[in-house]
Design a protein around this ligand. Structure first.
Ligand code: FAD
Ligand code: NAI
Length: 467
């Protein structure tokens, strides 16, 4: 039996990053992954392929909508979905190969097969050939991630009633897709197909899209998406979806409790994800999951069995790749006797629509509910010279600061490349900057980042300049 310092079950951005950090810190490390490629949901069927298709569809959209005004005349622009999917697959395989390279470079042993916990120091791997391997280890890290969730009546058949995984591989541009759930997946993958010409109808059970987002962003994003052709059916409770052979039929109850029927080519079920622990053998060490299916951990990401840890989508908190990775690093450094830290209030969230939406810290509603005295600074993207130059004029930056101390408590933005712009706010907030601090920092001109400075000026004495 091989002996390891740590065995990590799952090779997503939580597991593989944890493995690299453990190896860097001198631990004899193994990773077990049940699929043939490393990288988990994020690299194979999540972050990377969705962004590849978002970028391709954005190029097509620009070619058909804004090239002419920029003075770039192109004839017969066509969306070639097969090539888009091929390029996406190439990006995925290069990225997954990169993880394999990193495992080899760091002397990390990779086992392919289903990993399960036999007892607190023994892990079993069962390969696709049913061959069993027993491994001995000092520590175990559960990084098994999540799977798409669904509710009764909307069970995906993976043909017409699909999850994000199948949507990322559609070999055609459908005329119409019904999306259940106006969350991140629904709006991102809806955007891909909307840009390619598909009618996107979103059925959402809450009164707004992206219900947990800051309300200014929700309002602005709704406007942007409606303008591009999305239709939203809010406060609709889905009763059932059926595959009619050539398409789907969805029955929902609207807010007046009337039955509404909708038809389309496909139905994308995007109502959240659930932690994945099937076949993991938690019961063999007296562990179980909570009512949300999550593995419970303490502040050091340790389960009630002290040498077994868990990170990422399988535990509480935002289901985000960067959160999973930071937790992986935390566990490695904790085991090495260091004093790592994660500021869970400062994990940025991004929705990769166009413009992108990004946020960090608290929303205005959360701060109002906490009865915190706040001041809010807003600045519209269209007032920027950079925005007019590029013709990307939609969006707003919002900075919320403490009314008394001026400390920045939340930054929310809908803006071109907001995923990158938000990092200024994350750094500022990590160092507990005031809005005045951001307002006094010199920002390059012309740039989208000037909207952050202007919003900070708006939050302090209402002194934004270019509005
Ligand atoms: P996962 O990435 O789910 O990896 C878990 C791995 O464990 C899997 O490979 C699985 O096969 C393996 N596994 C499970 N059980 C076993 C077992 N018993 N034995 C062996 N192996 C096992 N997040 C972002 O931050 N940004 C984005 O842009 C983004 N886009 C997304 C787009 C889509 C369409 C989806 C679905 C998700 C997206 N996410 C995004 C979320 C992100 O993918 C997850 O938060 C992230 O992958 C979680 O990482 P993880 O390591 O916890 O788990
Ligand atoms: P989500 O939690 O973002 O959105 C789910 C939506 O479905 C919510 O608006 C919810 O109100 C709605 N809903 C729930 N039940 C419903 C029902 N019965 N009928 C109609 N609507 C219903 O979940 P989503 O979009 O599936 O994404 C899963 C996870 O993946 C998210 O937690 C997210 O963090 C992660 N992800 C992150 C991305 C990013 O960072 N850019 C991109 C894609 C996914």
């Amino acid at each position: 039996m091989s002996n390891f310092d740590i065995i990590i079950i799952g090779s997503g951005p939580g597991g593989y990053v944890a493995a690299i950090r453990c190896a860097q810190l001198g631990m004899k490390t193994a990773v077990i992954e049940k699929y043939n490629t490393l990288g988990g949901t994020c690299l194979n069927v999540g972050c990377i392929p969705s962004k590849a298709l978002l970028d391709s569809s954005e190029h097509y959209h620009n070619a058909t909508h804004s090239f002419a005004e920029h003075g770039v005349d192109v004839k017969e622009v066509k969306a070639n979905i097969k090539q888009m999917i091929k390029r996406k697959n190439d990006v995925v395989s290069q990225t997954c190969d990169g993880v394999k390279f990193l495992m080899d470079k760091n002397d990390i042993t990779v086992f392919t097969g289903l990993g399960s916990i036999v007892d607190k120091t023994t892990v079993k791997v069962v390969g696709s050939d049913k061959k069993e391997t027993l491994l001995q280890t000092k520590n175990i890290l559960i990084a098994t991630g999540s799977k798409p969730n669904f509710f009764p009546g909307m069970e995906p058949d993976k043909k017409r009633i699909i999850t994000s995984t199948e949507a990322l591989n559609l070999a055609e541009i459908p005329k119409k897709i019904l999306v259940i759930g106006a969350g991140v997946i629904g709006l991102e993958l809806g955007s891909v197909f909307n840009r390619l010409g598909t009618q996107i109808d979103v059925v959402e059970f809450a009164p707004t899209i992206t219900p947990t987002m800051d309300k200014t962003m929700t309002k602005e994003l709704t406007k942007v998406l409606k303008k591009s052709g999305f239709k939203f059916h809010l406060q609709h409770k889905v009763q059932k979806v059926i595959n009619t052979g050539k398409g789907v039929k969805l029955v929902a109850l609207n807010k007046k409790n009337e039955e509404v029927t909708m038809e389309a080519d496909y139905c994308l079920v995007a109502v959240g994800r659930k932690p994945y622990t099937d076949g993991l053998g938690l019961e063999n060490v007296g562990l179980s999951t909570n009512d949300r299916g999550q593995v419970e951990v303490n502040e050091n990401l340790q389960t009630s069995v002290p040498n077994i840890f868990a990170i990422g989508d399988v535990i509480k908190g935002a289901m985000l790749a960067h959160k999973a990775s930071d937790e992986g690093i935390y566990v490695a450094e904790f085991l090495a006797g260091q004093k790592p830290h994660i500021n869970y209030n400062l994990i940025p969230g991004v929705v990769y629509t166009w413009p992108e939406v990004a946020s960090v810290g608290k929303t205005e509603d959360e701060l109002i509910a906490e009865k915190k005295g706040i001041k809010v600074g807003l600045f519209p993207i269209k007032a920027l010279g950079r925005a007019r130059a590029s013709m990307d004029i939609m969006g707003t930056v919002k900075i919320i600061a403490d009314a008394e101390t001026d400390e920045v408590l939340g930054v929310h933005m809908i803006a071109p490349r907001a995923a990158d712009l938000i990092m200024e706010a994350v750094v500022a907030m990590e160092y507990r900057a005031s809005a005045e601090d951001i307002a006094r920092i010199c920002h390059p001109h012309p740039s989208y980042s000037e909207a952050v400075k202007e919003a900070a000026m708006a939050a302090t004495e209402d002194r934004a300049m270019h509005i």
